[in-house]
Design a protein around this ligand. Sequence first.
Ligand code: ADP
Ligand code: GN1
Ligand code: MG
Length: 373
Amino acid sequence: MQRNIASIFAQFKTDTKLKSYRSFGSGHINDTLLVKTVGASDPDFVLQLVNHHIFKDVPGLMHNIAIVTDFIRSYLKDIPGSDLDSEVLTLIKTHEGKAFTKDEQGNYWRCYLYIPNTISYDKVDSEEKAFEGGRIFGKFQSILSGLDAKRLSETIPYFHDLEKRLEAFRKTIAENPVNRVLQVSDEISFVEERAEELLSITRKINNGEIPIRITHNDTKFNNILFDKQNHAQCIVDLDTVMPGSVLHDFGDAIRTAANSAVEDEVDLSKVSLDIKLFKAYTAGYISEARTFLVPSEIENLALSAKFMVFIIGLRFLTDFIDGDNYFKIQHPEHNLQRCRAQFQLVRSIESQFDEMKKVINNLDVQYSKMIEI
Ligand code: ADP
Ligand code: GN1
Ligand code: MG
């Protein structure tokens, strides 16, 4: 394995050699390795095996990432004080000038420059970090609003489309491939009780009431790199950057930024929406996004949090019923455990929904005041 990874790494034009590597991060889809290099002053690298069972068009996906990172880099170039190598991912090309390489087993690999002195968080423990997270995702969308969405392909079609996710869910229940349906009857009822209300978001996006922009689509908090002063520095995990709705990014970020527990918490009494973290994330987000958000987006921000926690819980549940073919798991009930923690967070959002709406309205009021000035 060591030699294999070394030879894959050697396909990329890095001017150095692999000294050692270790697995890195806690993603559920790709395999991520941190590669340490031989020279004391040589940079380190992130080598990733892209899951081509899930990302069916890896060349298209890599083309998207190249367009997006080039665009952000050229934007930052004109901003005084920007540090290009640490504020945007740097793709390392192969010796043939390609953005990825394919190994003998048909696996796709890519390589990024490792951004040193950074850290990412699975769980958020302060309002300052939550604010920073909101600010950087708002800035990311704001920068990309200058890029023509037609230049990007859809890496996973219908990714956050609840109609399609419900279809897949009901089909999997009907097939019941590993006989798990009976075990999850409470969770199935939970889904059906809320499906209709939440479908309103997908319908408004599909009928054009809510605009399509370039969005990240996987705004888990650990996809933000923080520097040592806990300043949000760079957004990573760009596989799903494609045309979408800001509601998906906002809701998905709240799922982890304002969750008092981890995504797969077993003790459901620990899982709740922390309203202070919600407020901080939202304030950070609005501080950047107020320049482009339209009323139909602002009006649905609170509901988007419930929507995204629900849809990810639904995907964990579907995968559990299907026999765990999509998300990586650490034990047989892991997807069910994740689903239950997500559904508990949905319940907590429901119990604080009015408060969440108030937080958004108050920020929005400040926005209107600024416009009047
Ligand atoms: P996954 O698909 O496995 O979630 P990510 O691209 O999010 O993969 O990478 C996993 C983790 O590795 C991230 O959460 C982040 O902490 C870290 N990471 C990724 N890319 C870099 C980079 N270029 N420099 C520093 N850390 C990185
Ligand atoms: C997956 O790769 P990772 O772990 O960042 C998934 C997201 C889910 C997330 C749940 C391509 O993201 O959609 O929200 O797990 N990515 C894909 O933790 O399906
Ligand atoms: Mg990630």
